[in-house]
Design a protein around this ligand. Structure first.
Ligand code: SAH
Ligand code: SF4
Ligand code: F3S
Length: 461
């Protein structure tokens, strides 16, 4: 039989990229080949994100190209998987380019759907209404899919993601994730550890434990309740694992001290906390249904720095949430200055159909205002990042090397024959230095010789 080639593209978050890795591995196990581009492919899969309109627009524009391409290549099979597939369901099948629509909970069926589409050149759909209901105790299909296939995505040597929980129960009023990913479901600790062991056997050095609110991980087994701190304690004990990370954390007290304590006790737990505040205004936080105040958030950050003094904190903010006044925005700027993040992701509020905010609040802030606020907040953050990075000058740091730098840095260091490599510290700082490509996927020491707000530059030592 001819072996068909599949090209998979990811347009979403780390959870989305993990699904892409699993799907790629499952399809290879089912006899497909992976293509390096659309041109070489018999099947194109697009793994999509619905978190902001912009993310969906990018996919729609891509589908437009594929529709055009299909005029000359009518046999090309196009599948939309991921969160947008879940949100839009059958509607996507009306698009001239699309043959398959498969939501995040249906990915174990993807190979079958592709085979059917290839055989009949037919439209298929696998989005069920069941996703909004709690995962049925007997239905382990996603868990076994996850265990059967490798989540090593091969993009960054030596690194892999491991999902510890699915879905989200928080229902922040702006957010589509609980609707497209369903309610929170934690995987048993032994399943997580089994996967970490397999990845370590495949040569993985760093695992990133993933969950939308990963710090609320909780699994009851008999008398015992496992929390994220237990996973962070156990995962680095697996032979071969050097570093363990976790994202994303919700600002909450439950298990917080335990998590910080394992970080303080184990050099293998990365000193990095991604804990989005979303806003610095209590009024806006309330309207967002975030369960904390700015003062409480600051206390959490201070606690983190007391227990783990060298911790680096990253955050997310949304600007232009409905009703956000200039004072509310200044409260966000204020919080940013007080926290002194390593880096921040800042997004313009994007109304998502079906969410509480979209149903009850008008998108009242004009785009120019959102734009101005984003620029101002990023400028404040850039200054902070620049100052914090300067403290690295002259220091010796341990980094995990990702591979050759894709873009030529304006600040090249060293003058030897080796290419520029990109690497990261345990605190998630990006370090660029010259070194042999064979270092990719390995830990090494670098001495920092120059800094900028986004990047540290160094010399192999
Ligand atoms: N589960 C994670 C992140 C989820 S989505 C968490 O709770 O922290 C990633 C980021 O996208 C969020 O932190 C938020 O800042 C942003 N985001 C989510 N919905 C959005 C919307 N409707 N408009 C703009 N940004 C949004
Ligand atoms: Fe979305 Fe809030 Fe859940 Fe994060 S915690 S995924 S922002 S609903
Ligand atoms: Fe991730 Fe986007 Fe879905 S952020 S969970 S791919 S909506």
């Amino acid at each position: 039989m001819k072996s068909f080639a599949v090209y998979i593209e990811s347009f979403g978050c780390q959870m989305n990229k993990l699904d892409t890795a699993l799907v790629a591995s499952a399809l290879q196990d089912a006899g497909f080949r992976l293509a390096v581009g659309v041109k070489e492919a018999d099947v194109v899969l697009i793994n999509t994100c619905s978190v902001r309109q912009h993310a969906e627009d990018r996919v729609l524009s891509h589908l437009g190209h594929l529709k055009h391409l299909k005029e000359h290549r009518p046999d090309l099979v196009v599948g939309v998987i991921g969160c947008m597939a879940q949100r839009l369901g059958e509607k996507l099948l009306e698009h001239g380019a699309v043959n398959i629509v498969c939501g995040p909970a249906q990915i174990p069926q993807i190979a079958d759907l592709i085979c059917q589409a290839l055989a009949q050149n037919a439209k298929q759909v696998a989005v069920t209404e069941k996703i909004r209901q709690p995962v049925q105790p007997g239905d382990g299909s996603l868990d076994s899919f996850e265990l059967e296939h490798s989540s090593r995505d091969g993009q960054i040597p030596g690194q892999a993601f491991v999902r510890v929980m699915r879905g989200c129960n928080y229902f922040c009023t702006y957010c589509v994730v609980p609707y497209v990913r369903g309610p929170e479901a934690c995987r048993p600790p032994e399943a997580v550890l089994e996967q970490v062991k397999r990845l370590a056997d495949e040569g993985i050095k760093q695992v990133t434990l993933l969950g939308q609110t990963v710090n609320s991980y909780k699994y009851r087994k008999g008398e015992q309740t496992y929390c994220l701190a237990d996973l962070l304690d156990m995962a680095p004990r697996v032979a071969g694992i050097e570093w363990v990370r976790f994202v994303t954390s919700y600002p909450a007290d439950e298990f917080y001290e335990e998590i910080l304590q394992v970080m303080a006790d184990s050099p293998k737990v990365c000193r990095y906390l991604h804990m989005p505040a979303q806003s610095g205004s209590d009024q806006i936080l309330k309207a967002m249904n975030r369960h904390y105040t700015a003062a409480h958030y600051l206390e959490l950050i201070e606690k983190a720095r007391t227990v783990v003094p060298d911790i680096a904190v990253a955050g997310d903010f949304i600007v232009g949430f409905p009703g956000e006044t200039e004072d509310d925005f200044q409260a966000t700027v204020d919080l940013t200055r007080k926290v002194r993040y390593k880096n921040c992701f800042v997004f313009k509020y994007s109304p998502r159909p079906g969410t509480t905010a979209d149903k009850h609040l008008a998108d009242s802030i004009p785009d120019e205002v959102k734009q101005r606020r984003i620029v101002e907040l990023l400028a404040v953050q850039e200054q902070i990042s620049g100052e914090l990075n300067q403290a690295f000058l002259g220091r010796q740091v341990m980094v995990l090397v990702e591979g050759p730098s894709k873009k030529a840095h304006v600040n090249p260091t060293g003058s030897d024959d080796h290419p520029q490599l990109v690497s990261r510290t345990s605190t998630d700082h990006i370090v660029v230095f010259n070194g042999p490509v064979s270092l990719a996927g390995r830990l090494t020491q670098v001495r920092i010789t120059r800094t900028s707000p986004l990047t540290l530059f160094g010399e192999s030592s």
